[in-house]
Design a protein around this ligand. Structure first.
Ligand code: AMP
Length: 405
């Protein structure tokens, strides 16, 4: 058994998964919440056992990691005998700027680079650093790998990543499209490319559009396995509307609304990131399950929110078909696209002109969150549902870098 610990640290939370990379199996997973706040809670779920939750003080991320290691090695409910069986740790890191286009073994230079990128990821990068430093303190000598969300977007050509602002916005302030959900787009596009190659295509010629549609949503145009464009930008706010985020809007709306309402920069930021999207339009919820239920009951704003979402996703698919000069496969992944067949139908209806021949009945009846094709076998363009697996991808990257060195 070769165990890799995967860490996704937020400002007051820390998600973890212990993965046996030989079998590619999750051994245990969980989350520490309310780190640095009163009533911190650790939750823990071993693959073959009962879930467990415990209130325990965690002042820092290091305290949280120590508790995770304690529970993983606990004599009664633990899954490993001691800490030394954890061979490496993989950390999800939001922003690597233009420095990193691939996962990297963490050393002092990498820590500095993550720190330098704090202005670009002011909420996430400090939290990611706390997670890394907490692990380093609790597990000295264990190799650590950083897997950057932004690495995927580094292959975009300049015409795709530049904004038409004065050039110094890019040179002085690093304003450009970076893109996010990189680990997910990389994994599912890789799976789709494998399927296309098995059908006889050359890898370099494959044209894939990946739709990561979850609470946050983004699309990516992928040629020969490389990202050519992606819908999120300098921050994860750009692109399609999301659970609570507005996605792309006329930028002049911001000064207009600030002038009309008196909102300051933090307030307008929260307005666009936390109060908009599906929640803002529907007034019901950010969750697509709630929107579907409200739509069924005749709630017109919930129906409108869903339609707006599908319309924008469909527009991006059309735009990315133009970017790629056609499309061979469209991938549907993440919470909404893996589970909600009606949303898939609303997005894909009307895209037949691209060359897809949908099996609409199968789309509705197929099992959820399962790797499958929802186009007919003779379809020129293949539409795949591929469950994303960011943690396993991080674990694979970590094993490759830390154990094969
Ligand atoms: P993710 O960000 O990938 O974890 O996706 C989370 C989102 O997926 C939730 O907020 C829901 O909106 C959506 N979701 C999860 N399960 C379903 C389902 N059965 N039907 C529709 N939407 C779902």
């Amino acid at each position: 058994m070769t165990n890799i610990l995967v860490i996704n640290a937020g400002s007051s939370s820390l998600k973890y998964q212990l993965i046996d990379i030989d079998q590619e199996q999750i051994i245990a997973k969980g989350i520490c919440e309310r780190i640095g706040i009163a009533k911190s809670v650790l939750s823990y779920k071993p693959a073959n056992g009962e879930s467990f939750e415990k209130e325990s003080p965690m002042k820092t991320h290091e305290d949280a990691i120590k508790l995770v290691l304690d529970v993983l090695t606990d004599k009664e409910i633990g899954v490993i005998s001691d800490m030394s069986s954890i061979r490496a740790v993989g950390h999800r890191v939001l922003h690597g700027g233009e420095k990193y286009s691939a996962p990297v073994l963490i050393d002092d230079h990498v820590l500095e680079a993550i720190e330098e990128c704090i202005p670009l990821g002011p909420l996430h990068n400090p939290a990611n650093l706390m997670g890394i430093r907490g692990c380093m303190a609790a597990m000295p000598g264990v190799p650590m790998v950083a897997v950057f969300d932004t690495a995927w977007g580094q292959t975009m050509p300049a015409e795709a990543y530049m904004y038409a602002l004065p050039y110094e916005a890019y040179t002085e302030y690093k304003v450009r499209r970076y893109g996010f959900h990189g680990t997910s787009h990389r994994y599912v596009s890789g799976q789709a490319v494998k399927k296309l190659v098995a059908l006889g295509m050359k890898k370099e010629e494959t044209r894939v559009i990946t739709c990561h549609l979850g609470n946050g949503s983004s699309l990516s145009a992928v040629k020969g396995g490389k990202c050519m464009d992606t819908s999120m930008g300098l921050t994860p706010l750009e692109g399609v509307p999301m659970g609570t985020r507005c996605g792309s809007i006329d930028p002049a709306i911001i000064p207009y609304l600030m002038g009309r309402t008196g909102m300051n920069t933090q307030e307008i930021d929260a307005y666009m990131n936390k109060k908009s999207g599906m929640l803002g339009v529907s007034g019901v919820s950010s969750d697509f399950r709630d929107l579907a239920a409200a739509t069924k009951q005749g709630n017109e704003r919930a129906a409108l929110a869903r339609k707006m979402f599908c319309y924008k996703v469909r527009q991006y698919i059309g735009a990315y078909a133009a970017t790629l000069g056609g499309v061979d496969a469209i991938v549907m992944t993440a919470g909404v696209a893996e589970n909600d067949a009606y949303i898939r139908e609303m997005i894909l209806q009307g895209l037949e002109y691209l060359g897809m021949d949908m099996d609409w009945e199968f789309n509705l009846s197929c099992p959820r969150a399962t790797d499958l094709e929802i186009t007919k076998p003779t379809s020129k363009v293949h539409v795949y549902v591929i469950p994303t697996d960011e943690e396993m991808t991080i674990a694979r990257d970590t094993a490759e870098l830390a154990l094969n060195a």
